[in-house]
Design a protein around this ligand. Sequence first.
Ligand code: ADP
Length: 163
Amino acid sequence: MRVGIYPGSFDPVTLGHIDMIKRACAMFDKVIVAVLINADKQACFSISERMRFLELALKEASINNVEIDSFNGLLADYAKRKNACAVVRGLRAVSDFDYEFQMALTNKRLNPDMETVFFTSQSEYMYLSSGTVKQVAALGGDITGFVPEIIKQDIINKSVNKN
Ligand code: ADP
């Protein structure tokens, strides 16, 4: 059983993430979408909200071989515990590359059995990020086509109330 882990903040999940999950699910027997509990990063949505958004979005997209989890600590250790053979990450513009390359090399050093697999973003999602979604929503812009329909209103409500 080939298990892949797709880690991230998912604050909140976007259609760019969903596209990545779909493609990863076609490649692995099981994909674990792992929400990183990161005390350093100021998040807009709580871990449970982010996991609920993922659950709703993945159900809406009818993706079955996927599990949603959260983790803290080292990704390399978490992947070992989950018997994962690979970490899945997305590459949008060139700006993602440096950070992702550094992470991949560090993880390889910490867990030599684990590979990092990169998917390039689809052109329509190339400039889409959770940050953009929050900014547009907070300013009253339309986030249709950025996030799954089923969670759109929840995101708007919270982003507007935060400002
Ligand atoms: P992190 O805080 O770990 O960067 P994110 O939730 O922002 O978490 O992203 C998780 C992963 O998904 C990263 O590898 C990121 O590059 C990728 N990703 C985010 N948005 C997109 C997108 N629009 N298209 C492709 N990959 C994406």
